[in-house]
Design a protein around this ligand. Structure first.
Ligand code: SER
Length: 863
């Protein structure tokens, strides 16, 4: 039966039983923020189950398009690795809204499978919720199914919920046995995750509404919700084991193969692509666009994953969108809404492909490099984060590549890198670090600091711990307000001045200056004598810091202008910090900046500094400033009169800060760091003057040191290191060869340690210094040599135990490698599993290894 015939047979069967056939709802659930995507047939009936909506029928049947890629039911990670998982699939379902219940639902399902489709009962297997004796009785006593093909399972498998909240209830599931030549055990057994027994139908007895706090409220009427995967049923009916071999997928896989020039149609990347085109096309058709959050991000993740699999097949040009036409040919009739949206879907997918193409290749280069230099098996969280942040790699995409290479990703490390970035973005979005201490005072301070570094002024007020005081004695921390001041108060990214207020023997040290409206707050501590309100004092800023600050501030303007010249006028200031020792500049930029571009920016700034244009500061009205082409900051509020800072023809900006007299005063300019701090925002850190020299000297010294370590000089160091690395790789290769030779010879010795259990050779041994590859190689050899054999090999590195187990073909029925490896792994603090003939595991307690290996003979005897 074709898939189309199956859809029809199912609907016809239930319509005959007085069900109303209802069309599939979109994959985006209507008005349901609790759910990312429609993940089951019951979703469109959620409110009917809850008794909040009534329909003019009490029985319904549907073929529902579903997405399981995110949220409670998520199969994205499994696609490409099993025969039966999809991000998009069609669910055949029948529903009773307070009409029939368990008995009838079971009878219908059993009749459809065994009478309508004529599937032999001996190929089916049934599970029930272990607390649901009523359902167990129906199956065993009334339906008289064999107790040998029946199991009771816990809530994890046999209690179904739509999401964290909503309708739910116990369920009973029907599995199909694809036969002994496929690995996997029956439901409820340790090997149940294999592909032999495949769940085809889930009958849910909807009885409760789950609240956010977990409480279950009984539904107004017990109901039925069943769901059967069309693709899985089609596989059964078409006599294939793998869903990707059914009619619906054939054309998609062929098209993907044609576009990526592949011959082997069973290539798992082709399957991933064929799966993903279905979900992506339907998600877009149902109105979602790729974006960085919510449904849009799930869509983006699936598209990018598909593109990466294309890349793996050597595809660097957009290809994914070209499969949409084939999909429409396959499914357009059943889903006219897809057909109607074809052009739009193609456009959206193509755009996303073009977008990702820009960073995919560089990201893959980085990832390949990291993987080939990796110690251990875990890719660091900050690498995954860099891939995410700079190259647009969703975390699951990186994890997918890792998994292909037998590696994992440090998810916690990724999460903390993400948190740290959010923190940086938060601090970048607000200018400066202003200590938000407010004082209660009416008045005004005149600012003299644009052209004076010191001045005589009068104390207007003193605040200690937020309270106004008449005077403050030595040791007191206070805020001092003057009638006029040369101190610059923090604003526009430039930090506030430090300095001193003195009168005779009395003095106040200013740590920082902040602004409150038109008041300047000098924050600091009385260092000698007493200061009092109305006292005349001499105010003097810390000149060295101020000059350094001015150099950095003027350099920031040059940097801003240079970035716009080199990268484009989309560059806009997002945040800025100007301190005496360094500057930091955050700006809009979507792509990473290349080393060449960065160098060009740095050179341009230095060139402008050498040309030594004067810095001119003029006050004018905002209109004239704009006419002059002054760069204003988006989102900043400006008064009527603004200050324009101009450096030759190169830079014109609105700015209230203080600057050098001519740009030559800045001295050398050096970029020390460049990275992304938020999506579309990058940060440059730089130093000027003395600090720039210090940075250059430090780099120079590091290079000299490297040269010394590799016994070369600065000029020859690159050639020398290249040579060292080549030698290193050659040695590494040689070492590998030696290791595997050694392993082979150890293998011969090990063979003599095998013990007979009946006819079978049982061997459990440790191999010194072997890695996973060597273990596997030796295992294969020993399996041949000792057959029939049951073998576990172990290796220890630090406190890490690696285990491989193998069982030769003839005795697979009796011994399972997965079970064996798990038996040993559990004793050394690990867990594992795998195929019946070959399995792998790890552990972290080598001290228990000898005993664990010694227990293998007894284990074999017990079988
Ligand atoms: N809602 C249940 C499931 O998705 C039955 O349709 O498995």
């Amino acid at each position: 039966m074709t898939s189309a015939e199956l859809r029809k047979a199912f609907l016809d069967f239930y319509v005959k039983q007085n069900h109303t056939a209802v069309h599939s709802s979109p994959v985006v659930p209507a008005n349901d923020p609790t759910l990312l995507f429609t993940n089951a047939g019951m979703v469109q009936f959620k409110e009917t189950f809850l008794g909040q909506e009534s329909r003019d029928y009490v029985r319904a049947t549907t073929v529902q398009r579903c997405i399981r890629a995110g949220g409670k039911h998520n199969d994205l990670e499994n696609v490409g690795y099993t025969a039966r998982h999809h991000t998009f699939f069609e669910m055949l379902g029948n529903f009773s809204f307070g009409d029939y219940f368990k008995h009838q639902a079971i009878t219908f399902a059993w009749d459809f499978l065994t009478k309508e489709l004529k599937l032999p009962a001996e190929k089916l297997w049934v599970t029930v919720f272990d607390e649901d004796t009523e359902t167990a009785d129906i199956w065993l006593k009334e339906m008289k199914i064999s107790p040998e093909r029946f199991s009771r399972c816990g809530a994890k498998d046999n209690f179904w919920s739509m999401g964290d909240t909503g309708p739910c209830g116990p369920c009973t599931e029907i599995f199909y046995d694809h036969g002994a030549d496929i690995a996997g055990g029956p439901p409820g057994s340790p090997d149940e995750d294999g592909d032999r027994y495949i769940e085809i139908w889930n009958l849910v007895f909807m009885q409760f509404d789950r609240a956010a706090d977990g409480t279950l409220t009984p539904l107004p009427k017990p109901s039925v919700d069943t769901g059967m995967g069309l693709e899985r049923l089609a596989a059964v009916m078409q006599g294939v084991h793998n869903n990707y071999d059914i009619d619906l997928f054939k054309a998609l896989v062929s098209k993907a193969a044609q576009l990526t020039a592949q011959i082997d149609l069973s290539n798992s990347s082709l399957r991933v692509i064929s799966d993903h085109i279905r979900s992506c096309a339907f998600i877009v058709a149902d109105g979602v666009m790729p974006s960085n959050e919510g449904r849009g991000y799930v869509l983006r993740r699936i598209i990018r994953r598909a593109i990466r699999h294309g890349y793996k097949l050597g595809q660097s040009q957009p290809f994914f969108y070209k499969i949409v036409g084939t999909l429409v040919e396959q499914m357009g009739e059943a889903y006219p809404e897809l057909k109607a949206q074809q052009a739009n879907v193609e456009r959206v997918l193509k755009l996303e492909e073009e977008r990702f193409a820009e960073t995919l290749e560089n990201g893959m280069k980085l990832l390949d490099e990291v993987m080939s230099n990796l110690q251990g098996t875990v890719i660091a969280g900050d690498v995954a984060f860099k891939l995410y942040d700079t190259f647009g790699f969703p975390l699951d995409l990186t994890a997918d590549v890792a998994r292909e290479n037998g590696l994992t990703v440090d998810n916690d490390g990724f999460a903390s890198a993400m948190d740290a970035q959010r923190e940086r973005a938060r601090s970048a979005s607000s200018f400066g670090s202003g200590v938000a201490q407010r004082v209660d005072f009416e008045g005004h301070t005149q600012f003299l600091g644009y052209d004076r570094d010191e001045a005589d002024s009068t104390i207007l007020a003193i605040f200690v711990d937020g309270k106004s005081v008449a005077s403050a004695a030595e040791g007191t921390h206070a805020i001092v307000i003057l009638d006029r001041t040369p101190f610059y108060a923090e604003s526009g990214g430039q930090t506030g001045d430090s300095g001193s207020l003195t009168e005779g023997m009395n003095s106040f040290h200013v740590n920082d200056t902040q602004k409150q409206g038109t008041l300047f707050l000098h924050q600091g501590v009385v260092t000698a004598g007493t200061i009092s309100v109305t006292q005349a004092i001499h105010a003097k800023i810390n000149l060295e810091d101020r000059r350094a600050c001015e150099g950095n501030h003027s350099a920031t303007h040059l940097l801003h202008a240079a970035l716009r010249k080199v990268l484009g006028t989309h560059v806009q200031q997002k945040g800025s910090l100007v301190k005496a020792d360094r500057l930091r500049f955050d700006f809009v930029q979507f792509e990473p900046i290349s080393a060449t571009q960065l160098r060009e920016v740095e050179q341009m700034v230095n060139q402008k500094i050498m040309h030594n244009a004067p810095v001119e500061m003029t006050e004018m009205d905002i209109e004239s400033a704009k006419a002059k082409g002054a760069m204003a900051l988006f989102g900043e509020k400006y008064g009527k009169v603004v200050r324009v800072v101009q450096m030759g023809e190169f830079s014109v900006e609105l700015c209230g800060g203080t600057h050098v007299n001519s740009v030559g005063d800045i001295g050398p300019f050096r970029i020390t760091a460049e990275n992304g701090i938020a999506s579309g925002v990058r940060r440059i850190e730089a130093v000027t003057g003395e600090a720039a020299w210090a940075a250059i000297y430090a780099e120079d010294a590091a290079l000299a040191q490297v040269a010394e370590v590799v016994k070369s000089d600065k000029q020859q160091v690159v050639a020398k290191i290249t040579q060292v690395m080549n030698d290193y790789r050659a040695l590494e290769k040689e070492l590998k060869q030696l290791q595997s030779k050694l392993a082979a010879s150890q293998g011969d010795d090990l063979a003599t340690q095998a013990v007979k259990v009946g006819e079978v050779n049982v061997l459990a041994a440790t191999m010194q210094g072997a890695d996973t590859n060597v273990l596997r190689e030796t295992l294969d050899k020993l399996k041949d040599k000792l057959a029939p054999a049951v073998i576990v090999l172990a290796a220890v590195e630090g406190d890490k135990v690696t285990l491989v187990a193998g069982v030769s073909k003839a005795v697979i029925g009796q011994y399972k490698a997965g079970e064996l490896v798990n038996h040993v792994a559990m004793q050394v603090g690990g867990k594992g599993g795998g195929r019946p003939d070959m399995a792998q595991a790890g552990g972290n307690d080598p001290s228990k290894l000898d005993a664990a290996l010694a227990s293998v003979v007894a284990w074999a005897q017990s079988k």
